[in-house]
Design a protein around this ligand. Structure first.
Ligand code: NAP
Length: 352
């Protein structure tokens, strides 16, 4: 009988709102072990120690890495720290699960891709919507040809304003980068994934505005359109000036169409309502989903997927190149808003 593999040892950097859910997802998985947590403030360290007794807690990622014994480092810190923490984890010989946005610039994303490749390490980026029973099922329907070649993709969210984050980083452009890099980045990733058969996007045009003129560039309302050489296009749209959390995906193919919706009082509710309808050109079906849809559930799938990735059993759901692409589309969107015109996307993956 083959020996049972040892649990994959995770080091977690960041124990804020989302990091705590990463910790829970790791701790509940028999194939994973939470081997250490790093968080700078005494309050976060106390919270980590109380929630995960027996797990060593460190003041920073240097101490976590120096303690050793890790297979993978899970980086769930404010976005401006991603490059440094992920880079150090790779240099320490660990695989990495890096939250989105992978980094705040294309050059930094590329540096991480190059470094992971040079060191032979695996790099997963936190685009967990791909692992959703609902948003992932849409990709499987497209792959099976149920609606024919997709020509139009809409990913839309209306929600309440973002949380501030530890020491207000999410409202500080120097640390958050932008609000496009917060939530719309997931929708750029999903839309690009659904339209993968069309190649790479060629042109992008975006609009955005803010409720509060004292924070220009942090857009409460944001919409972008990007198109492909074959004429297919996607619309990514979000308002933060609304209430609760309501996401929609609509896709039209050459033969049929898909409509999916997700609603919760909060983004992290454990009791969301959701549906997925598919029309194959003749018949309309309400697709029964085997599992709950929602980011808490997708996070659990993502941690399980990383166990497989570390063991060499499967690739990450989204890799460094995917993280680079979604970051780049966000940054081009912001530039398009600044310049007030559509911009070419170009070959972002070409070495620069
Ligand atoms: N994939 C998704 O769906 C998703 C969802 C939410 C967030 N995110 C991403 O996850 C990241 C964290 O978001 P969050 O909402 O959890 O933020 P948060 O609630 O503000 O938590 C951030 C945590 O990082 C810690 N931290 C700050 N600087 C650090 C450093 N240099 N080294 C180690 N830890 C550091 C903070 O420590 P103290 O508390 O001790 O100050 C805090 O525990 C962001 O990049 C965000 O975009 C992704």
């Amino acid at each position: 009988m083959p020996a049972t593999p040892a649990p994959v040892r995770f080091g977690l950097v960041g124990f804020g709102a989302w990091g705590q859910l990463h910790a829970q997802s790791i701790a509940r998985l028999p194939d994973a072990r939470l081997a250490g947590i790093a968080a700078p403030s005494a309050a976060s360290r106390a919270a980590a120690a109380a929630a995960h007794p027996g797990v060593p807690v460190y003041p920073d990622h240097h101490a976590l890495l120096a303690a050793g014994g890790l297979d993978i480092v899970d980086v769930v810190t404010p976005s401006h720290t991603h490059l440094e923490v992920a880079s150090d984890a790779l240099a320490a010989g660990c695989d990495v699960l890096l939250e989105k946005p992978m980094a705040l610039s294309v050059a930094d994303c590329r540096a991480l891709v190059v470094k992971a490749r040079a060191l032979g390490r695996k790099l997963a980026v936190g685009h967990e919507l791909r692992l959703s029973s609902q948003w992932g099922e849409i990709r499987r329907l497209i792959d099976r040809g149920v609606i024919g070649e997709p020509q139009y993709v809409l990913v839309e969210l209306s929600r309440k304003p973002y949380r501030q984050g530890a020491s207000g980083w999410r409202y500080d452009p120097a640390r958050v980068g932008s609000w496009v890099l917060e939530e719309p980045i997931h929708f750029f990733d999903l839309a690009r994934w659904y339209l993968e058969g069309a190649g790479h996007p060629v042109e992008l045009h975006a609009l955005g505005n803010s409720r509060d003129p004292s924070r220009p560039g942090l857009y409460d309302n944001f919409s972008a359109t990007f198109r492909y050489a074959n004429g297919a296009y996607a619309v990514v749209s979000q308002t933060l000036a609304a209430f609760e959390h309501h996401q929609t995906v609509k896709i039209a193919g050459r033969r049929g169409a898909i409509w999916a919706g997700w609603s919760g009082a909060l983004d992290r509710t454990l009791e969301p309502s959701f549906f997925l309808k598919v029309f194959d050109g003749e018949r309309l079906e309400n697709v029964a989903l085997a599992r709950h849809s929602g980011e808490v559930f997708e996070l659990r799938e993502e941690i399980a997927r990383c166990v497989g990735m570390v063991r060499g059993e499967c690739p990450p759901a989204a890799n460094g190149e995917d993280g680079l692409w979604s970051t780049a589309l966000c940054l081009i969107a912001e530039e398009s808003i600044r310049q007030g015109r559509p911009l070419p996307v170009g070959d972002l993956l070409a070495p620069g």
